[in-house]
Design a protein. Sequence first.
Length: 111
Amino acid sequence: MGTWERPAWSSPLGSRWPQLGALLGLLVASQVTLGATRSEVMASRYLRYQVCMERTYGQGYYAKLGLEPVVNRWGVSEPTLRSLMVQPEAVQKVEAQCRKVNELGTEPRPR
């Protein structure tokens, strides 16, 4: 009997390579067709941010705290940076924490 040599066209992963490629293709395709758009994801994050603020300060927290709401580029209202800067430090910390837990820490704030 002779020795077996791997054909030049086979992959080092053996028969798993085509399966892995097909799986990766399915994952990418599902993200493209079933995944939310960036604007939907961001709008959802801002809505969760508002729920976080409402849990602490109650509904109508904009008026209660004297925050100036504006509609951001994702179509959701949020307080302006100017109106946040005049708030007590405790309010600023809660607001920063709500932004952080909803992955909004790097998003620009409306002035």
